[in-house]
Design a protein around this ligand. Structure first.
Ligand SMILES: Cc1ncc(COP(=O)(O)O)c(C=O)c1O
Length: 407
């Protein structure tokens, strides 16, 4: 498995047992996530996003089912991330008002009376695009300000989309992790509220609320599967940047299904594979990838794991993958040009990597990985397309012109 153009994997031998010394997932329990979804349900834009069944592709790959949750439909923002930022801002304001989140709606937070009670707030964050757009969207709807810093090389279209939500946004000369540090420094200097989608020592509550916010997505997906007569998938593929999203879904699955939970596979781009690196070092701690992290998967180009998320992924996830860019590019193309009878799905660079991995498992060169994952004719696989074509130009370069096609 030394071919650098190959998907690399490491298996977690300790994932399946539930024991006392493992980290608690209580903060992402069914009860809490039901409350989160209730809050999201108060947004005018809230709708359950589609869960597609790719029956012909599943047939072709020799598996029982392939389901894809399509987050390009989330709140008209083309990505799932707004679930986290909006819930965290809701929780922050509920705390300031000294009420429980279950007692407030998004409309109430928008009301003049509440706005006057709260006063002016500036929310600040760092982002490759999707998270910042979600924070800017929520702040804007609430009549508040937002400041958004983007890492070097960020897409101009993604910047424009954030500015269109009224944010003061800029592309910095920093990598993602340093852009986070800049946001944090300015939050302290100017009294802004940092809404960051990752945790570190001393920064805990808001990232927990963001992770809880993502829970709406898997809560919906399990409900949608149940409606199709499936209690739970056998395998769930989760892409990771800092790992907040993956840990949120992982934590929920542990809370809900315990030892009967699906197998979970964590996927990262090979140049930003900090969770994979931490699993390889295997000393229980998280380890960073530093420097430039060139990858088409912009949303996953993060070098420092969320400390809360890492504990969950370390204790419960089954396999960690480090993927070259072509895996995601292939996923985008497979979803864009479906087998006859399957739905077409527009999935962006960070959204399609799960589908990319699954689509490759039919190849002889990935037979060993398929076996290690335990994927066979009885498997019901769930992948989550976390974004649509959030950079439409790049999307066309890849899907139409075949950029990043080499295997
Ligand atoms: C589209 C998309 N998918 C997945 C992720 C990964 O989320 P996390 O950074 O919480 O691991 C991101 C992060 O920005 C993203 O934008």
């Amino acid at each position: 498995m030394e071919n650098s153009n190959h998907i690399k994997y490491i298996i977690n031998k300790k994932s399946r047992k539930l024991s006392e010394d493992k980290i608690s997932t209580d903060f992402i329990s069914e009860e809490i996530i039901s409350k989160v979804r209730k809050f999201h349900n108060t947004f005018n834009e809230y709708e359950i996003t589609p869960l597609h069944s790719l029956d012909n592709l599943a047939d072709y790959l020799g598996i029982k089912n392939l389901f894809l949750k399509d987050e390009s439909y989330r709140f008209g923002l083309n990505a799932f991330k707004v679930l986290g930022g909006s819930y965290a801002i809701g929780k922050y304001l509920a705390n300031r008002l000294n009420v429980d989140i279950s007692e407030i709606s998004f409309d109430l937070l928008k009301s003049r009376e509440i706005r006057e009670k709260i006063g002016d707030i500036t929310f600040v964050t760092a982002t490759d695009g999707n998270h910042g757009r979600g924070v800017a969207w929520a702040a804007n709807r609430l009549g508040q300000k937002s400041v958004v810093y983007m890492p070097k090389g960020s897409s101009k279209t993604r910047l424009d989309n954030i500015e269109n939500e009224g944010a003061e946004a800029s592309i910095t000369d920093l990598n993602y992790d340093d852009a986070v540090r800049l946001a944090n420094k300015n939050a302290q200097n100017y009294g802004w509220i940092m809404v960051q989608d990752t945790a570190w020592e001393g920064y805990h509550d808001i990232p927990v609320w963001i992770m809880q916010g993502y829970g709406t997505l898997i809560h919906e997906a399990i409900e949608q599967l149940n409606e199709k007569g499936i209690e739970r998938p056998t395998h769930v593929f989760l892409q990771a940047g800092v790992g907040s999203f993956a840990a949120s879904v992982q934590g929920y699955l542990v809370s809900k299904f315990g030892e009967n939970r699906p197998k979970t596979i964590i996927i990262e781009p090979d140049n930003a594979a900090c969770i994979y690196k931490s699993a390889c070092i295997n000393d229980g701690k998280s380890h960073a990838v530093t420097g430039e992290m060139p990858t088409i998967m912009a949303g996953l180009a993060c070098g420092e794991p969320n400390t809360i998320g890492w504990d969950i992924l370390r204790d419960y996830s089954d396999v960690y993958l480090s993927c070259p860019d072509y895996v995601s590019a292939r996923g985008m193309r497979v979803l864009a040009s479906p087998l006859k009878g399957d739905p077409q799905i527009i999935s962006g660079e960070s959204g399609a990597v799960g589908a990319g991995v699954v689509s490759l498992l039919k190849k002889q060169s990935y037979r060993e990985l398929k076996e290690k994952l335990g994927i066979d004719k009885n498997s019901s696989v769930l992948v989550i397309s976390t974004e649509g074509n959030t950079d439409p130009y790049k999307y066309k370069d890849i899907v139409w012109d075949g950029d990043n096609a080499s295997i």
